[in-house]
Design a binder for this molecule. Structure first.
Ligand SMILES: [Zn+2]
Length: 87
């Protein structure tokens, strides 16, 4: 069991250090991804609502092209790396 207060990976609720499972949705403290999905699905079926953080975690979609474009623009505009001989 965790020795620290933890946030449920399924529903986002805070849980006491000694708890093995989320008091809200029953998801284990250290779940596999399939257990997160299962706990979340059952919790939603019971009419539960997810915290904003938990919702974000499911919909967050990394955008590698966007990151590349930002990096390219930073290089192009000279923000990074800074030239050490520049006064
Ligand atoms: Zn939970």
């Amino acid at each position: 069991m965790p020795s620290y207060a933890w946030s449920c990976l399924s529903c986002g609720r805070s849980n006491a250090p000694a708890s093995e499972r989320c008091s809200e949705c029953g998801c284990p403290a250290a779940p596999r991804s399939s257990q997160i999905e299962e706990a979340r699905r059952q919790y939603m079926q019971r009419g539960g609502t997810l915290e904003n953080d938990a919702r974000m975690a499911t919909t967050w979609d990394p955008d590698p092209m966007g990151l590349l474009i930002k990096l390219f623009l930073a290089l192009l505009l000279g923000y990074w790396p800074r030239r050490s001989d520049e006064r």
